[in-house]
Design a protein around this ligand. Structure first.
Ligand code: NAP
Length: 304
């Protein structure tokens, strides 16, 4: 029996692990993939208080090591359900079951898809959701980024350092991303903004060996209805995130897929807390994820 099980090893979950361990509680962190969550894909963090510049990967690694050094236990298994028992919660994974007095859900969010027919089949063949992971495959080539938030603008900036040409396709004429980053991107000679436009089709070619690969994207201007083909080898999709909490819908209340809780991070189910991007909240940032982790862990530690 653990005191606290934390589901998710992103910034919220890892911050929660640090605070819970420092409160003297036994902690198990369950993570489906690898530690760090989405921040590992951010090339450069400049807005975390007290740290002028750091890569997302380095930040996540520091946080993971900090949680481990404080004694948090990690298991890389996906939590697929929580059972409410009289005096405890049972967290189930495909491999095992783990019991705790309290649970903190910190599952973050996953990439939103465009929903275009051949999007899934072209992942790894020109379609990517992670510029820092896959950008190097497109050195000296032409690529497009779709999206208008911080991720898309950062991705386009990162790719512009390696690629011949980068188109950034956004459905409006104003970016959601921070002005400072947008202005910096506009200064790049090899970046072209394709605004008021959406991707209507992903084009592909098949080579002699039978390998299919992206050969272009068709974009449609929403004002004029004009369509244009961008001859690109890669499309980086960065159109935001969606929550992934369906496994917990029977035990906590969800609102548009997010776990419902106020700033105290307490769900309506006693003993279950929620932290980070998976919570109903208005500002989803690294700093607010860390803040949620601290709040949830302190509240849970006082209860168990
Ligand atoms: P986001 O801020 O939600 O932006 C998503 C973008 O995709 C928006 O511009 C949106 O357009 C567009 N979009 C959404 N659905 C679309 C669709 N179906 N088709 C075409 N375009 C679509 O997502 P994000 O950029 O991934 O960022 C997520 C959170 O992480 C944000 O809070 C962001 O600030 C934060 N973040 C911070 C940093 C940093 O500070 N270094 C880095 C990355 C991310 P509209 O604008 O028209 O809605």
């Amino acid at each position: 029996m653990y005191d606290i099980i934390i589901i998710g090893a992103g910034p919220a979950g890892l911050s929660a692990a640090i605070y819970a361990r420092r409160s003297g509680k036994s902690v198990l962190v369950l993570e489906e993939k690898t530690y760090g969550g989405q921040i590992v894909n951010t090339p450069n963090i400049e807005n975390y208080p007290g740290i002028a510049h750091i890569s997302g990967f380095e930040f996540a690694t520091n946080l993971y090591n900090q949680a481990k050094d404080f004694g948090a236990e990690f298991k890389f298994e996906k939590a697929v359900g929580i059972e409410d028992r009289e005096d405890s919660k049972l967290v189930k994974t495909p491999k095992d079951e783990y019991e705790a007095k309290a649970v903190i859900i910190a599952t973050g969010a996953k990439n939103r898809k465009l929903g275009i027919d051949n999007e899934d089949s072209l992942v790894g063949k020109g379609i990517s959701y992670c510029a820092t992971c896959d950008g190097m495959f497109f050195r000296d080539k032409d690529v497009a980024v779709n999206g208008g938030g911080n991720t898309a603008v950062e991705d386009a900036m990162f790719l512009s350092n390696y690629c011949n040409k980068v188109y950034i396709i956004h459905r409006r004429d104003e970016f959601r991303a921070d002005d400072k980053d947008v202005e910096r991107l506009k200064e790049k000679d090899n970046v072209e903004l394709v605004l008021d436009s959406t991707v209507s089709e992903i084009l592909s070619d098949t080579d002699e060996a039978g390998n299919e690969h992206v050969s272009g994207v068709k974009v449609k201007n929403k004002n004029t209805g004009d369509e244009r083909v961008l001859d690109v080898n890669g499309l980086f999709i960065a159109i935001g995130q969606v929550p992934d909490n369906e496994d917990f819908k029977d035990i906590v209340e969800l609102e548009n897929g997010y776990v419902k809780a106020l700033e105290d991070c307490k769900t309506d189910t006693q003993g279950i807390y929620v932290a980070g991007d998976c919570r109903t909240k208005s500002v989803r940032q690294l700093a607010t994820a860390a803040s949620d982790g601290a709040i949830a862990a302190i509240a849970a530690s006082q209860e168990v």
